[in-house]
Design a binder for this molecule. Structure first.
Ligand code: WT7
Length: 603
């Protein structure tokens, strides 16, 4: 049982469960009494009977059916196949920016433009498996480039535009990417990063520097000259499709690689869980730099033929509601932090006509009962929690429209997926016992590789289980309940941040001698990043220095991964081998028992 990061109450709960098996009181301790919400649905859900589907489901049959597509390339299945149908002129994508500029692209527009882009890359000499990164805000070119890359059987790498030079460099160097698509503003960061393997920078603004040591490509000019016809090479389900960098406790971010087959799980779950239908206007608020924005923002949603909307701008409650009202959004996939931010500005929703909404889903962090209750009040609909990870490629545990919601539970595994709770040795635990959330490999959207890091890939698997890194338990009805992370990974506003990356960025600051970083519970953001810093000789703590360090990390690493809280200290708890004992810092921060510290020294 991983006890490291368990809160005091959780530990005592575990003991209680193990000893007396009195699950009710233990659940109460976690504030997770079973409260079942039976909704009245005003629509016919795609998945009508969860238990029945689960019983009869077979991967073999499903894969066989999926393999009947003319081409198994995810770009064909998500986009090109529609060109032969009535959807050809249907709006596929609506993009609105902060200034209310609205662009609309049909499936045919996206098809043609992505073909032009595919030809552009082909003429530049892209080869199978070449990494091509997309470093852009939420603009249509993200979609055009993504499809263009994967049509060439290149691996598309999406990077969140908030990343600074170091964050960028880590990703581009590790993946040895040859191509990157960006805009005039973000291009500067690529130059600061000095990536080692980049050969081509494709600038969508077209203001290119001909003297550059990289080949800068004028997107606008080049696209005009390319054919809008492109024949996708024969693609197998195992061909690599996209990669996303994600963080763990140790080391730099790792490149999680997915195959074209991942779309199969994306499509099944966009159907069963997001309940997408042809007539839907669908809004996934996640950035394409995260796996949600890739799988349910670029791929599965298009594959199901829904119209998708993206908002390229900062969070603003009025703006968000106006998007729903103006575009008549019907299915909305968002995250708990965003829901809490909306809830904070309590009265605003009343000013908008949000009656187009029919189905709401959430992902990325625990969805507590409170935001669900608020959703019911504000929209007359409950948020449906969904659980998954960058590594799992698609939703694996969820609440379905056809199934009662137990408030605070992640729901049940999708048909075809076997999930369970196991101890550290991979032994299955009983109902209500707290342990590692684990999935039986393999499912079609399981990551195929951690880029060039086989050892890391293997470390996910114990005794025939894929270990997720999350702590959870299962109840008597087969619902799963999230309890916490088993490692030091931080989830801030739903975004995954590794403490090591932040610590590395911090010690690069001239004033910082040593740094330790933890996730500190926060009522709005789930967690915030808190840093404990030892300053170098000659530097003194001050508000200005604190601000300077925050700004430094923002610029260097990422806008979302800087410590909102800094505490200057004279020493840090470390293990005998000199590793920072983050669990001790965290326990102290939370006022909890620090546990066994016989191997910890403070210096
Ligand atoms: C981690 C994965 C794939 C979606 C975006 C996140 C946490 C995810 C839930 C949920 C509680 C959740 C877990 C997981 N997480 N969904 N419904 N309830 N926690 O992908 O960045 O790879 O993060 O997010 O800790 O392991 P990611």
């Amino acid at each position: 049982m991983p006890k490291k990061m368990m809160k005091k109450e959780e530990k005592s709960m575990e003991i209680k469960i193990e000893k007396s098996k009195t699950k009710k009181s233990a659940l109460k301790k976690l504030g997770m009494e079973e409260e079942i919400l039976k909704k009245k649905l005003f629509f016919e859900p795609n998945l009508k009977d969860y238990e029945k589907t689960r019983k009869i489901f077979s991967w073999k049959k499903t894969i066989k059916e999926f393999s009947k597509h003319e081409n198994l390339n995810a770009a064909y299945i998500a986009l090109d196949k529609h060109i032969k149908t009535w959807r050809k002129n249907k709006i596929a994508l609506i993009v609105e920016d902060e200034n209310e500029k609205i662009e609309k692209l049909s499936f045919l527009d996206l098809y043609r433009l992505s073909n032009r882009f595919a030809n552009l890359l082909k003429d530049l000499g892209i080869k199978r498996k070449d990494r091509c990164f997309i470093f852009l805000p939420r603009v249509p070119e993200v979609y055009i480039a993504f499809y263009g890359i994967i049509k060439n059987l290149g691996i598309a790498g999406n990077i969140f535009a908030a990343f600074g030079s170091q964050g960028l460099k880590d990703r581009l160097d590790d993946s040895e990417a040859r191509f990157i698509v960006t805009n005039g503003e973000l291009k500067k960061r690529i130059y600061e990063a000095e990536p080692k393997n980049i050969e081509y920078i494709i600038d969508i603004d077209g203001d290119v520097n001909k003297e550059s040591k990289y080949h800068e490509i004028n997107y606008k000019e080049e696209m005009k000259t390319k054919s809008s016809y492109f024949e996708i090479p024969k693609t197998s389900l195992e061909d690599y499709c996209f990669m996303l960098y994600t963080s763990g406790t140790t080391g730099k971010p790792k490149g999680v690689v997915h195959a074209h087959e991942a779309l199969l799980v994306g499509m099944l779950t966009a159907d069963w869980v997001l309940d997408l239908k042809d007539e839907d206007i669908y809004w996934c608020t996640a950035d394409h730099g995260w796996v949600t924005g890739t799988m349910y923002g670029i791929l599965a949603n298009f594959a199901l033929g829904a119209t998708s909307i993206i908002y390229n701008g900062r969070f603003n409650a009025e703006k968000w509601y106006s998007i729903i009202e103006k575009h008549r959004v019907s299915v909305w996939y968002t995250a708990p932090t965003a829901i809490r931010m909306l809830e904070k500005e309590e009265e605003i929703y009343k000013k908008y006509d949000l009656s187009s909404l029919r189905h709401l889903c959430s992902v990325g962090e625990p969805l507590n009962p409170e935001p669900i209750k608020w959703g019911l009040k504000a929209f007359g609909l409950p948020f449906h929690d969904t659980w998954w990870q960058t590594e799992t490629g698609g939703i694996l545990i969820a609440n379905y429209p056809c199934m009662p919601i137990k408030l605070g539970s992640m729901g049940k595994p999708i048909p075809g997926i076997k999930a369970d709770i196991v101890d550290d040795k991979g032994n299955v635990l009983k109902e209500y016992q707290l342990g590692n959330l684990a999935i039986k490999p393999s499912w079609p959207s399981m990551m195929r590789e951690i880029w060039k890091n086989e050892e890391k890939y293997k470390s996910y698997f114990v005794k025939g289980w894929y270990i997720t890194g999350d702590l959870a338990y299962k109840d008597k009805d087969g619902y799963f309940w999230f309890v916490g992370r088993a490692d030091d990974v931080i989830k801030t506003s739903g975004e995954r941040v590794g403490p090591f990356e932040v610590e590395s960025a911090l010690v690069a600051h001239e004033a910082v001698a040593e740094a330790a970083v933890i996730g500190k519970p926060d009522p709005l953001r789930g967690e915030i990043i808190k840093a404990f810093l030892i300053l170098k000789k000659g530097y003194n703590p001050s508000k200005e220095l604190e601000e300077d360090i925050k700004q430094f990390v923002k610029n260097k690493l990422a806008g979302h991964a800087y410590p909102r809280e800094i505490e200057f200290v004279n020493s840090l708890p470390k293990t005998r081998s000199g590793k920072i004992a983050r669990r001790v810092l965290k326990a102290r921060e939370l006022g909890l028992d620090v546990g066994d510290i016989s191997t910890i020294e403070e210096y």
